[in-house]
Design a protein around this ligand. Sequence first.
Ligand SMILES: NC(=O)c1ccc[n+]([C@@H]2O[C@H](COP(=O)([O-])OP(=O)(O)OC[C@H]3O[C@@H](n4cnc5c(N)ncnc54)[C@H](OP(=O)(O)O)[C@@H]3O)[C@@H](O)[C@H]2O)c1
Length: 377
Amino acid sequence: MVGREKELSIHFVPGSCRLVEEEVNLPSRRVLITGATGLLGRAVYKEFKQNNWHAFGCGFRRARPKFEQVNLLDSEAVHHIIHDFQPHVIVHCAAERRPDVVENQPDAASQLNVDASGNLAKEAALIGAFLIYISSDYVFDGTNPPYREEDVPSPLNLYGKTKLEGEKAVLENNLGAAVLRIPVLYGEVEKLDESAVTVMFDKVQFSNKSANMDHWQQRFPTHVKDVATVCRQLAEKRMLDPSIKGTFHWSGNEQMTKYEMACAIADAFNLPSSHLRPVSTWRFVLFCFIYLFKKWFFFFNAYSLLREHERGRDRDGGMQNPKQAPGSERSAQSPLRGSSPLTVRSGTEPKLDTQLTEPPSTWHFKTSLVESPDLSR
Ligand SMILES: NC(=O)c1ccc[n+]([C@@H]2O[C@H](COP(=O)([O-])OP(=O)(O)OC[C@H]3O[C@@H](n4cnc5c(N)ncnc54)[C@H](OP(=O)(O)O)[C@@H]3O)[C@@H](O)[C@H]2O)c1
């Protein structure tokens, strides 16, 4: 059945301008997309709209004028929007996905990635909507790829932990929901730093400056348009078959290092790539060694200073030297703080299995295979 809705449009003819109210047909299948202003959400919204779905996009800071502004932390607003729109499907793309922001604002990130996801799942269950929760390969530690859906996650950083907790919150609150884990994304960006792939463009374009690029961690850069198609096909399949639920992995099938991605970008824009330097494993290990040595040396010096200060304080009968003490504390802490991101990032980047010849329980298909997907599980 097709619904109808009144639409206002402005008609221009030479010499006059009229406001016209028309009844328009609306597709009967309704999808609500959270994070529709983001890198993936924009593609998901477009994909559903172009395939005869009535798509309703929500954003937050960038929502107006195209999308509805809904703060997912406001559970009352979420309740109203879902009950007013009555979607058949919800694709939940909104998240805090920048690992450094998650580390710096853990409570805010957890509220969005975990609590808001659980609440959305609960609301979806109340009206019988199918929820697709977008998750990440960061739920794995990357030590033993490729990963299958049944492998036990073990996130290294806080971002990965919140995405995993988000998965659990969704599946606990909505038994029929789906979790779709995907790797690093690229696509049309509003700013280069929207994607870990396009952000490399700066290093590529300034060819007068040599740039060291990681050439040992294998990644599977995945285009947002393909993930959007996967979401739509998953939703359409589910409308025919209620047994479609649970956890799915999907990624592009090209395996590349950052160096190879940067060369591909240079190629695509007809730019030189001779200034890009591949950094291989042994060079990376050497780099880490020098880095850690420097940090240790710095830490050791700071520690000696601190000890010296402590001795001085003991000598002064517990009185702090106001000039020395705060400085020594800062020096003693900063190497530790500085080294933690390295511990997180130095491991192999997690990646998902992209093989097509997997057991039937896994669900993969090629980036280019968008016409006739095999969604059989
Ligand atoms: N990017 C990647 O490489 C990658 C890789 C694997 C998995 N993922 C996952 O894919 C999903 C989409 O990622 P993305 O790269 O598209 O993210 P993104 O570009 O950073 O977009 C984040 C979205 O969340 C919205 N948002 C933030 N706070 C909100 C709030 N309080 N209420 C409502 N909406 C809020 C933002 O809206 P405004 O901008 O309007 O504020 C934006 O639309 C995420 O779940 C992410 O974890 C991403």
